[in-house]
Design a protein around this ligand. Structure first.
Ligand SMILES: Cc1ncc(COP(=O)(O)O)c(C=O)c1O
Length: 387
């Protein structure tokens, strides 16, 4: 049977192919150390689960409004005001089936054939394919370790054409862990504002920043930023709720309406009782989140110290998220070849940077226990020394 050109152009996921190989090895009883995880290894806090359970038991199992429960949209607007200095009305919020879905709705609501979308590389895997699905063209802007894997305003300016419709900024970033400062954002926003270019600000890792680094919301840096930015966030990473599929976007009224309309004809709305859990996450105790961040911080320092002691390997200390992007280019292998050999020879799973548009690197996640991190890094180090 023939599939559409739209579907045929999608890139097969390199992330999934390594993951399925690692799973098959584990199923054979092989002791694999997995550094591929893209989700917190913690359980969802109990009070959040209880809220969803109570909702289920009370029969809260029917359709909800397309853009989400009114009290949840209101709570998100209050969270964005309190945590991010953003002034959105509840009517500007659309609750979605995960932050990924919020990004997709936002891109579909604003971009079409003939448009270009600027994406700093290395990037989160799904952005280019989402842009393709909207019929638009992704334009990658390579970044460097020297600049902390961050796109400078001048790089953005050089990539702009009359077709540029949107810029995607992910801060804190996956896979780089880079966090943009207010000044860096202001400079980028100034360029975008000259040509009315939308900014999709994916801030899903906002709660995972370390040391004295501050997360700055893109839409908060100026009036122009607020007018042009679609803010995306969610519950997956902050509250260890990846499987709940709950995220949201906050946008200028017309974009929010369009995103709601798209959602109403595709997924209808996110799961009813899961939304009750999300409300409890926002309103309830925030301590579990701080505990999780402390644990990630300890692992981050350990992993960074170990990795950067290996000869011919470099890395920028990540300021946020839970990944370290390791530059392996001096070892003479492509990222895919490195990852394949590391898995088959040393039983360690990492994600090849080719998946993120950067073949010089591999991504190591520290969303796994410190014992696995120690064992996996012993093997990683021995493997690198053989090259
Ligand atoms: C940068 C980035 N944005 C969005 C998402 C998707 O989050 P969600 O699980 O809420 O869809 C991820 C998940 O890995 C991510 O890394």
């Amino acid at each position: 049977m023939e599939i559409s050109a739209r579907a045929a152009q999608l890139t097969p996921s390199l992330t999934l192919s390594i993951d399925s190989k690692a799973k098959a090895m584990k199923a054979e009883g092989i002791d694999v150390c997995g550094f591929g995880a893209g989700e917190p290894d913690f359980d969802t806090p109990d009070h959040i689960k209880q809220a969803a359970i109570q909702a289920l038991e009370a029969g809260f199992t029917k359709y909800t409004p397309s853009a989400g429960l009114p009290d949840l949209r209101q709570a998100i607007a209050e969270k964005l005001a309190a945590d991010n200095q953003l002034s959105y009305k509840a009517s500007q919020i659309v609750v979605t089936n995960g932050a990924k879905h919020a990004c997709y709705n936002a891109i579909l609501a604003t971009c079409q054939g003939g448009d270009e979308v600027v994406i700093p590389a290395p990037y989160w895997v799904s952005y280019p394919d989402m842009v393709h699905l909207a019929g638009a063209d992704p334009v990658m802007v390579p970044t460097t370790e020297r600049n902390g894997w961050k796109m400078r305003a001048v790089d953005f300016e050089n990539a702009m054409t009359p077709r540029t419709k949107m810029l995607i900024l992910n801060t804190p970033g996956n896979p780089t862990g880079a966090v943009y400062t207010r000044e860096e954002l202001q400079a980028i926003v100034e360029i975008a504002a000259q040509e009315d270019i939308y900014i999709l600000a994916d801030e899903i890792y906002e709660k995972l920043v370390y040391d004295d680094v501050q997360h700055v919301s893109v839409a908060s840096v100026s009036k122009e930023a607020a007018d042009l930015t679609i803010t995306v966030n969610g519950f997956s990473k902050a509250y260890a709720m990846t499987g709940w599929r709950l995220g949201y976007l906050a946008a200028p009224e017309a974009v929010a309406k369009a995103a709601e309309s798209i959602q109403s004809h595709s997924t209808s709305h996110p799961c009813s009782f899961a939304q009750r859990g999300a409300l409890a996450a926002l309103k309830g105790d925030q301590q579990p989140l701080a505990d999780m961040r402390d644990e990630f911080n300890m692992r981050r320092s350990y992993m960074y110290d170990r990795v950067t002691k290996i000869p011919n390997i470099t890395a920028v200390k990540p300021e946020g998220a839970f990944y370290i992007l390791v530059n392996i280019s001096q070892l003479g292998l492509s990222s895919q070849n490195f990852a394949d050999r590391l898995l088959s020879k040393a039983n360690v799973a990492v994600i090849p940077g080719a998946a993120f548009g950067d073949d010089r690197t591999v991504r190591l996640s520290y969303a796994t226990s410190i014992d696995i991190i120690k064992k996996g890094l012993d093997r990683f180090q021995d493997f690198c020394r053989t090259l």
